[in-house]
Design a protein around this ligand. Structure first.
Ligand code: PLP
Length: 480
């Protein structure tokens, strides 16, 4: 490591990245390359002799960026956002610069302690119950993704119940979710050895705005108990992936409590909005949950990856995930004086991720972060109004946060053509390179998703995006 070389090259790299952001709006937001494009552009093997940074940057410009889908473009409206920010990038730089591996407290005390403090800060900003804070039996931890978060709590819940009923009962354990729950839960069940037939995916419909009905949970639990099975886990969602539906946490929590079921709340996307007092009610009932998760890397200006998970009973996680090999033993750990985050996650090694969240909270402050969320929600409302004003379209699900689900209506109400029509519209708008949106299926209807949340998006981008959608819809309807 040559510090002066780092200084010189680092400045060059920052200039390159700053120019990228300056120009990002002019790049096709969805990469338009064909599969395998890069193999034709790069050599077959690594260079024997060193090359210059400038040569590499030239290749990034000419060969890599065309194959990038620009998630930070102001014209990016697909899936959910994945924010970057000056604070987030600086935090990532610092983490890369220090480059420690903080699996145990002793391996970098500041990494563990900052993570505990910052997650307490964020828990307080979300007004989570005190039981999720680190001074009691609970605490927060940064996972890479919401998928890892649900996996670790599912494992903790599984082992907690198996300690009571015996390991042989694993085939009887039942996990509950709705048909809107993210597929991350299915993966967690697969990894956790939950029998596929014991993963209850409860149906939702438009009558509850695709939220999980407490009665359907109660009914399923009663049936399972009557069949000799053991209900052990519920994953509810605040802000489902398809349509941002919000499951009724309080009612569901009452049911899980009376049945001894671990209650996990996945607020991967919408959790960020709950730092605003006017949206906090969406997580009312979180007091009943055993664990709660939100992705700061989605809509909280924190660069990927940073998924915040809180648990009320950290010992459940630790009992499930801890190991204590000789080569990791040290006085602080043996004396039970510290948190060793290696026992709260799947891998051993872990990055200094709390730095970027700390920097986001300090450099922006909660007030600006609230204003940021509110602005996107206002922009989504603007888009929703534009959809409503055009009789050829309909809003396909109630908008709660910054996602608008909508679709183009088929001519003469020919519903059997509607799904293909919207599929074609999606392809048409995305291949313009001007905007990028995604889709879902809600109650058998193919629906377009317009997710506002990229940091650079302004009202003019919303208006321009709507124009692209209208123009492509007109072309499609003309040839029908
Ligand atoms: N849960 C919800 C509600 C999501 O919307 C997503 C992704 O969009 C996930 C979980 C999975 O997120 P991750 O990529 O962090 O695992």
């Amino acid at each position: 490591m040559d510090a002066e070389q780092l200084r010189e090259c680092g400045h060059k790299m920052v200039d390159f990245i700053a120019d990228y952001y300056k120009n990002i709006e002019n790049l096709p937001v969805l990469s338009q390359v064909q599969p395998g494009y890069l193999r034709e552009l790069l050599p077959d093997s690594a260079p024997t002799h060193p090359e210059s940074l400038q040569d590499v940057l030239d290749d990034v410009q000419a060969k890599i960026l065309p194959g990038v889908t620009h998630w930070q473009s102001p014209d990016y409206f697909a899936y959910f956002p994945s924010n970057s920010s000056v604070a987030g990038i600086l935090g990532e730089m610092l983490s890369a610069g220090i480059n420690m591996v903080g699996f145990s407290w002793i391996t970098s005390p500041a990494a563990t302690e900052l993570e505990m403090i910052v997650l307490d800060w964020l828990a307080k900003a979300l007004k989570l119950p005190d039981e999720f804070l680190s001074m009691g039996k609970g605490g927060g931890v940064i996972q890479g993704t919401a998928s890892e978060a649900v996996l670790v709590v599912l494992l903790a819940a599984r082992d907690k119940v198996l300690r009571k009923v015996g390991k042989d009962a694993i085939g009887k354990l039942v996990a509950y979710s709705s048909d809107q729950t993210h597929s991350a839960l299915q993966k967690a069940c697969q990894i956790g050895g939950i029998h596929p037939e014991n993963c209850r995916v409860l149906k939702t419909d438009p009558s509850t705005e695709h939220a999980l009905a407490p009665e359907s949970l109660s009914q399923a639990i009663s049936q399972d108990i009557a069949s000799g099975l053991i209900p052990f886990f519920l994953c509810a969602t605040v802000g489902t992936t398809s349509s941002t539906a919000v499951d009724p946490l309080l009612a569901l929590g009452n049911i899980t409590k009376s049945n001894g079921i671990w209650f996990h709340v996945d607020a991967a996307y919408a959790g960020s909005a709950c730092i605003c007092p006017e949206f906090r009610h969406y997580i009312d009932g979180v007091e009943e949950a055993d664990s709660f998760n939100m992705n700061a890397h989605k809509w909280f200006l924190t660069n990927f990856d940073c998924s915040a998970l809180w648990v009320k009973d950290r010992s459940a996680l630790i009992q499930s995930l801890s190991t204590n090999p000789e080569f990791l033993k040290n006085k602080a750990s043996q004396g039970n004086m510290v948190v060793d985050y290696k026992d709260w996650q799947i891998p051993l090694g872990r990055r200094f991720r709390s730095l970027k969240l700390w920097m986001v909270l300090r450099l922006y402050g909660l007030e600006n972060l609230q204003a940021y969320i509110r602005k996107h929600i206002e922009l989504a409302k603007t888009f929703e109004e534009l959809v409503k004003q055009d009789p050829r379209f309909e809003v396909a699900a109630p908008r709660k946060f910054s996602l608008v689900c909508f679709r183009l209506l088929p001519r003469q109400n020919k519903e059997d053509c509607a799904n293909k029509l919207n599929h074609d519209l999606l392809d048409a708008v995305n291949s313009t390179g001007k905007i990028f949106i995604s889709h879902t299926v809600l109650s058998s209807k193919y629906v377009l998703r317009f997710a506002v949340g990229a940091p650079l998006t302004e009202e003019r981008h919303i208006v321009a995006a709507w124009k692209v959608l209208q123009e492509e819809a007109s072309s499609l309807l003309r040839v029908l």
